[in-house]
Structure formats: C-alpha cells, structure tokens
Design a protein around this ligand. Sequence first.
Ligand code: NAD
Length: 266
Amino acid sequence: MSTSNQPLKGKTALITGSTSGIGLGMARALGGAGANLVLNGFGDATAIAALQKELAAQFGVRVQYHGADMSKPAEIEAMMAWVEKEMGGTDILVNNAGIQHVAPIEEFPVAKWDAIIAINLSSSFHTIRCVMPSMRAKNWGRIINVSSAHGLVASPQKVAYISAKHGLIGLTKTVALETARTGITCNAICPGWVLTPLVQKQIDDRAAKEGKSSRDAAEELLGEKQPSLQFVTPEELGALALFMCSDAAREVRGVAWNMDGGWVAQ
Ligand code: NAD
C-alpha cells in the first residue's frame, strides 16, 4: 500500500448490505481511501444508481452495484464471480448485510430463524469461501465481518440474531487461523447501538408498544445497554474498518473488536 492519501487505490472493496446504515458508512470510508467499490443490498433502483454516481464523483473511484440476495447461496456465488470478472477480484470483503427479529423463543417464527441465520451468518461463509482462491493468489486480502455486541453477550428475545452473531465470531477466528501465514487477515467488528433503519424500527416498535415518544424510547434503549448513552456512528465504524485495511493492522488477526460505548465492559 502507498502512503498517499488514497492508500487503497487500485483495491476493490465489496461491502454487502451497503445501500444503508453501517455498510454505507464503511463504503464511504473505503471509497474515501481510494478503493473501488461494489455495493450490494436492497433498495429503490433509482436511489441506488444516484448513490453510485454520488460516491464515484466524491471519491473518484469506480462504483458498481450487484443486487444479490444474501440469503441465497447461488446468488452470492454469482456475485462473487461477477466481481472477479468485472473488477479483477475482491481485495477487501466486508460482510455486513443483516436483519433482525425480536420475539421470545417459543414465539420465534421458524422462517425468521432461517432467514437470520442465512443472511447474518451463512452468507459470510459463502462470500469467504468464494473469495479465498483469489486472495490467496494475490497473497493479500482484508475480510471484515460485521458482528455485534450481541456477538459477545446476549439479550433476551433475539435468539436468531445472537446465535448468528456469536457464530460469525467463530467463523472469523477460524478463517484468521487458516490464513495466519498469509497477507490475508480476517477480523470482526462488534458495534453497540448505531442509529440506522435496523435500530430505528426497534425504537419505533418500543415507542408504539409503551406509548412513548421515539426520543424517550431511544434514550431507554441506550440506557439499558450502552453506558456512554451515545449512539456509535457509521463513520466511526468506517474508520475502524479502514484501520483494519491498513498495513499497520497486518498482524491484527481473528479479533472481535467492540466499538460499543462500553456495552460489553459491564
Ligand atoms: P440497515 O437495515 O440500515 O442495513 C442493512 C443492509 O443490509 C441494507 O443495505 C439492506 O438492504 C441489506 N440487506 C438486508 N437483507 C439483505 C439480503 N437478504 N441481501 C442483501 N442485502 C440485504 O442495518 P444496519 O444497522 O446498518 O446493519 C448493518 C449490519 O450491522 C448488520 O449486520 C447488523 O446486524 C449490524 N449491527 C447493527 C447494529 C446497530 O445498532 N444498527 C449494531 C450491531 C451490529
């Protein structure tokens, strides 16, 4: 990597679930460092095309989009092959796509369990197994798995999410060991509460259920878990991802790095 202000110039970063929230924050950070971007995720086609244009103009990088549904292995395989052909391979892989569902285990819909395990855990197995041959051939790669504070500790009513996020940390450690003697690193980032659509829905549900304002519900959510009482931001998580892509992070391998306002220190 050069020491210019675009240290990732010439690299390609694929960020799953980057049409929104944390994934978009990571895409902005990596694009700002000069990486060409492949976006993925759901959303309005016109809005996604506008986002591609905006990022390309802002950072002077190539910005592509692939709409693979991360719950479907065949679509993931097709996306990884497409990136290989179109962009010369994925140098930086950010496994970020994720969904949530909140219910006690005896009421937890089986279809939601299957979807959360597929999107929040199995999709990373598929992207990593597909990307590994080309990363090994280049002897360079950065794999960042977006887990959660809920990958380190549990809370009630989120059995599928917490199982998937704990599993993702196991996957991270295993891949880190299998690549330990190479220029490929694999690490997890474990955010606390970040105010994205995924969390806004939980705040809105709580506000509706308890007859509170959205602001009060958000304060309660933070108060229960996050000692700083501040949301973590996608920009801050993007900066951590950028560090993990740097030469200085060459020997950061297999970590589950929490950025969570003190959540798991308790
Ligand atoms: P978000 O809802 O803003 O973004 C989720 C992204 O994933 C979107 O781009 C969406 O289109 C995409 N996505 C969902 N299902 C998909 C599918 N089947 N195929 C492809 N893309 C799909 O949520 P977010 O808060 O930015 O979450 C991003 C990641 O961060 C998730 O893995 C989430 O578990 C994790 N996380 C979030 C928080 C938080 O507080 N927001 C905390 C810890 C971890």
